[in-house]
Design a protein around this ligand. Sequence first.
Ligand code: S3P
Length: 438
Amino acid sequence: MKKFILIKNKIKPFEKKIYIDGDKSLSIRWALIASQVNGKSVAKNLLKSEDILSTLNCLKKLGVKIKFRRDTCIIKSKGINSFKYKNNLTLNAGNSGTLGRLILGLLIHSKKKVKLVGDKSLSKRDFSRVTNPLKKFGASFKLNQKKLPVIIDGTKNPKPIKYFENIGSAQCKSSIMLAALNTPGKTHLKAKKSRDHTELLFKYLKIPIKISKTKNFDFIDVIGKKKINSLNYKIPGDISSAAFFIVLTALTKNSKIIIKNVNINPSRIGVIYILKKMNVNILIKNKRTYKGEKIGDIYVKSSHNIKPINCPSKMNSSAIDEFLIIFLVAAKAKGVSYFKDIAELNQKESPRLNLGSKILNNMGIKTKLKKNSIKIYGKPDLKIKNCIEIKNYLKDHRIFMMSTISALTFGGEWKIYDPDSIKTSFPSFLKILKKITT
Ligand code: S3P
């Protein structure tokens, strides 16, 4: 792919129906859980991105059999705790925090030491948030000051644990749940609200799980199981990818889009709640349930009189990957938007809170940035006159896509580096854009 893309014009009005790539969270979870099944599991519309290829490569190195047949991925496994691998195995999670953190949960039994590494961005991220609870099961870890590389030395005799997950991280919660699946007895988890795909998959697979909910926390009990049934799954579209096209349409005059077959799990659609509050014209139609997950078609129209938002912190976890694109809508609003308690945004593939603010400033939008919050002073009539260069952002896929949408909706001249970053989560992003512009 090219080193950078150049955008010099706003996108012209459009009316389109699109399908987007499969959900990343569900694709990774499907593969990891399929690796614990006795027998064959089949996935359709699995996301074919680098994060998923890293997942499949790690599983292959652990002795799991994986095949692709056109749009179908088949995983054959010998059941829970059946990984077979050589001494001194190194697994590479690439850019994927979800893979890196979840797979450690499946390795608490490892008889031989396994080393986990990742790319430059992943190597800057905190892994102690998962190794601390996983240690309590009995596994040992060596880290590089809370970061990768991590060496895991498993235990023969894992013991169930009690743990309070207070970050609101689904990666942390899911890693513990996968470890609990591998551990005899009942693991108790109190977890701050976060996406609940792992819980829904466990329920669907009839893995013994009990969940009770309060306003801010979920109490989850998992009893380890010896055998689980195969997991055949049709992966729906990813709301985190859809969000870029929702905002593209909302901020373009005389335009409409229908995004078909998107996962609208209530723990993921903070972006829809927030954008509706900001006066964006969005509707979800054709709602249905698939194996516990909610799916629907998203209808969006050009939106006028965008309103600022004082975003309630309780929305943060359900919109955590969408804040960058929400910030663009705040830039178009008449008034000041406020997003608080979002320090976690700086723990992602890049320091997104800081970089997002910097991009807005380059566009001519004033921000007040603190460690844990941002105020965005919207300018509905913003005209960008300078040339904006987006470079050196740790190849964060969502920084690239946010910048592209910004260029197409606010105008100005943009030189955006590292288009290949989209391969991490949304390889069809530029192809779909091209379809919309022709
Ligand atoms: C994910 C959870 C979120 C999210 C990430 C995917 C998951 O991370 O940012 O892109 O699939 O569990 P945290 O759990 O660290 O918040």
